[in-house]
Design a protein around this ligand. Structure first.
Ligand SMILES: [Zn+2]
Length: 625
């Protein structure tokens, strides 16, 4: 039987939540919105299942193999996939070799891979390999790992990097299920954003299945000398040996987090929630790959004090993975909701006082970002226009922190009970579909605001720069106390270490970040002598203290060497960027470049791109294109 239009339509409806056709014969009216960052034309033909059969070659640092797709066509004679820096060897359509062409290369988007099909084609199979220019993959030498004995590989797909390791329709609007056979060296273990092994296999061959449809940016792979330890039946940790116990202790509240999240916004539908601790060069705090969050080891502080990151990635199991931003212009739909949800999970677990500290830090991050973006006010709108730009450039703190403030203000306006009921319904009705900003606004008006006759300046929040007047005011008694202690130190040179003994890292961060511009080197030295901040083992405190050391020209306790050590061992973009920005702001570019030349080879392409741009660095031999 041919694929009838109605089937095509229904699949589209499942994927994008469009309205039912009036009659069966009606021509498909397709509801994908314009996609600025993918060549795919899903209204003509789209993929809905991937079968990946690949091997991971550490010696040559390539992945090679076959990607086979189930496709759905709408009388189309071609299907277009995204491809960047891939070596495409051959393409088959339903078992027969078929023509394909790679179009002109765009620096950001890569190349369209156009494949000839017939309107009856059901499967296409692509034989390919990655190249040294891949941006998603980071190949790590043993010395770059925690155990320092075996190599490691991980992928980072968001925003548009999956196309650099798999030819794919790389748009958040296109969801697919997948299976994979992955061959790795037999002393290593492979894990994916899928059902995962709990132990190494004897031959290094691993089979994976992801039965829930996800967008391509959530397909993820990590390969290393890993083992697994369960925390509860549905939560656990993958890590290298030397990190295992530390990670297990740090993340032991994971089951409680999942339960708290479920009681807020409905069932956790992905069955398993595991975390893999990656080597320190991982460019993000965490990445919400479904079933298996990828996390930086820098959140392991020894006292669970930075685990709001895990709450954040867990929250993405609803906002982002279940209801996905339609395009990267709607990125706040993923991140604003997730920060809001993260705060609610943290409040449920550790109380309002703790959550308010996190919220106030988010508020200050927002102020900093507004200052950074003062010359480009359009970049402070929630709804972005990233056409022609790398979507990674839109991923500043506006989507996160202004998105959060918008939702918190809404919550305070309509009341928490009402807002929670609305969000629960929102996730339920739009599960496994995508959301544009406009569609959300319509849904909000119909289901919350108009229904309850509440007027709210939604348009101003979303489509205007800056922060509207009616913003929620966030306060924290704990931070007021910290402000008082800092003030006493600055004005009266009084400081009693005893008052800090129960401080959380959030209080430390608030204390350090708010040093006045007039802070002297002598005052920096006094604090460091009492508190030994230069040698803090908490990565968050290190970041803000090193930033202040640069701001205030402090060189005590060998802090310069510590900064260099930090930048050459950690690749988390937020940390690295914050410190390099401080070098730049304080006219210490020569020092910055000297360190960057050493640290750059340890960074993932995502961090490299940001810091190259920040420092105006041009490598002699272009590796990242
Ligand atoms: Zn996030």
């Amino acid at each position: 039987m041919k694929t009838p239009k109605i089937l095509f339509y229904l699949i589209l409806c499942i994927m994008s939540g469009c309205a039912q056709p009036k009659e069966k014969e009606e021509v498909v009216v397709y509801s994908y919105v314009e996609e600025p960052h993918s060549y795919a034309r899903p209204n003509n033909a789209f993929i809905n299942h991937l079968n990946l059969d690949i091997s991971v070659d550490f010696d040559n640092e390539i992945i090679k193999g076959k990607a086979t797709y189930d496709i759905v066509t709408n009388n189309s004679t071609q299907i277009i996939l995204d491809s960047k820096h891939l070596d495409i060897e051959s393409v088959m359509a339903d078992g027969k070799e078929t023509e394909f062409s790679l179009g002109a290369n765009d620096k950001i988007l890569g190349q369209p891979l156009t494949i000839t099909i017939t309107k009856d084609t059901k499967k296409i199979e692509i034989t390919y390999k990655t190249t040294k220019d891949t941006e998603a993959l980071q190949w790590l030498k043993p010395e770059q790992t925690a155990d320092k004995t075996k190599p490691f590989l991980f992928t980072q797909g968001q925003a548009i990097l999956t196309r650099t390791w798999i030819p794919i329709q790389d748009s958040p609007q296109i969801r697919l299920t997948y299976e994979a056979n992955v061959q790795v060296p037999k002393d290593l273990m492979a894990v994916m954003s899928a059902e995962n092994p709990k132990e190494k296999t004897e031959n290094g061959l691993y089979h994976f299945r992801m039965k829930q449809a996800i967008p391509a940016y959530l397909i993820a792979l990590a390969v290393g000398d890993l083992s697994y330890k369960a925390i509860s039946e549905r939560t656990g940790v993958y890590a290298e040996k030397s990190m295992h116990n530390k990670a297990f202790d740090e993340f032991s509240d994971m089951e409680k987090m999942v339960s708290a999240a479920e009681s807020l916004y409905g069932d956790y539908v992905w069955e398993q929630f595991d975390v893999i601790v990656l080597p320190p060069s991982f460019p993000f705090g965490g990445m919400e790959n479904p079933r298996l969050t990828f996390a930086t080891p820098t959140v392991i502080a020894g006292d669970k004090s930075l685990t709001s990151l895990i709450a954040h990635e867990l929250a993405h199991s609803w906002s982002g993975n279940l209801v996905t931003n339609s395009t990267w212009n709607d990125f706040w739909i993923n991140e604003g909701f997730t920060v809001y949800f993260e705060m609610r999970i943290m409040e449920a677990l550790y109380g309002k006082e703790y959550a308010d500290m996190l919220a106030l830090i988010s508020r200050q991050d927002l102020d900093d970002e507004l200052t950074n973006l003062k010359d480009t006010p359009n970049a402070t709108k929630l709804k972005l226009n990233l056409k022609g730009k790398n979507p990674d450039d839109g991923m500043n703190s506006i989507a996160y922190d202004k998105g959060y403030l918008f939702l918190r203000t809404l919550e305070e306006t309509v009341g928490r009970d009402q807002f929670d009921a609305f969000l629960k319904q929102y996730f339920k009705e739009h599960a496994f579909s995508t959301m544009t900003t406009e569609k959300f606004v319509t849904y909000l008006n119909t289901n919350l605001l108009e229904k309850n006759k509440i007027s709210f300046n939604t348009d101003e929040w979303i489509n205007q720069p800056g922060i509207p007047q009616n913003q929620a005011v966030i306060t924290s008694e704990k931070f007021k106390n910290v402000d008082h202690i800092l003030q006493e130190f600055i004005v009266e040179s009084k400081f009693d270490k005893e008052v800090t003994k129960d401080w959380t890292p959030q209080e430390w961060v608030h204390f350090i970040r708010n040093f006045p511009a007039t802070m002297t080197v002598e005052q920096m030295k006094t604090l460091d002598d009492i508190l030994n901040l230069t040698n803090s083992s908490n990565s968050y405190i290190q970041m803000v203290w090193y930033e202040q050391a640069l701001n205030h020209d402090y060189h005590g306790k060998n802090v310069d060497a510590k900064i260099e050590e930090f930048l050459t061992s950690v690749g988390r973009r937020w940390y690295v960027e914050t410190i390099f920005k401080a070098f730049k702001r304080n006219n210490k570019m020569e020092d910055a470049l000297k360190i960057y030349e050493k640290s750059r080879p340890n960074y993932h392409s995502v961090t490299v791109k940001t810091i190259d741009d920040l420092l105006g660095f041009e490598p002699e031999e272009e590796v990242i294109k």
